[in-house]
Design a protein around this ligand. Structure first.
Ligand code: AMP
Length: 206
């Protein structure tokens, strides 16, 4: 099954995708994670992406599309995958159509103010990729899963979050209409707990 998880930043796409990775045994393809890995390695692609990411802007389509094409050609994608954070523009959706058959687009719906609260309190662990909210942490600096040092992503500052939400509205939200018209869209209210969101996802996948 080839799935797209569509939704504004902070709507829980990554957390829900990880649940499905375990359950269905298909890989999560997160373009945000791939770009951060390029940056950590200091590749030319990572350097090009850096300034866009830190401002909350989209990395140019040409860079992203090539990166995803290469990833989807790998062996572990043969039995399906979850695209998390891609496509984010109509040009990306058109490019995807040429290389893949999408079975379903799961669109996560959440209020912007809830997103700002969620993301500005988000801390991530660079060692195990875990994501946590400060309201649930005993120690804001220590990863409860692996003991690593938690950090706040540069693009999780409030001003950048608001810019990312605007970029989403302008450039990514048109994909909701695009996939609805193709009959592929299923919407999930992602304002509940992680368990609620999992149940919602199970329902639409049935
Ligand atoms: P994410 O982790 O999905 O929130 O992505 C972090 C940042 O990476 C975004 O704010 C963009 O700058 C960049 N990015 C990730 N995926 C894409 C994409 N499909 N198209 C353009 N830029 C992207």
């Amino acid at each position: 099954m080839n799935l797209i998880f569509l939704g504004p930043p902070g709507s829980g796409k990554g957390t829900l995708a990880m649940y499905l990775v375990e359950k269905a045994g298909i890989p999560q393809i997160s373009t945000g994670d791939m770009l951060r890995a390029h940056r950590a390695k200091g590749t030319a692609l990572g350097l090009e992406a850096q300034s866009y990411m830190d401002k909350g802007e989209l990395v140019p389509d040409s860079v992203i599309i090539g990166m995803v094409e290469e990833r989807l050609a790998q062996d572990d994608c043969k039995n399906g995958y979850i695209l998390d954070g891609f496509p984010r523009t109509l040009a990306q959706a058109h490019a995807l159509e040429k290389i893949a058959e999408i079975d379903m687009v799961v669109s996560l719906v959440l209020d912007n103010e809830v997103i700002v609260r969620r993301l500005s309190g988000r801390r991530v662990c660079p060692d195990c990729n875990g994501t946590f909210h400060i309201s649930l942490l005993e120690d804001e600096k220590k990863c409860p899963a692996c003991g690593g040092q938690l950090i706040q992503r540069v693009d999780d500052s409030e001003a950048t979050i608001r810019n990312r939400l605007k970029v989403y509205e302008d450039q990514t939200a048109p994909l909701i209409v695009y996939y609805r018209e193709k009959g592929l869209l299923r919407e999930i209210d992602s304002s509940g707990s992680v368990e609620d969101n999992r149940r919602e996802l199970d329902k639409v996948l049935k």
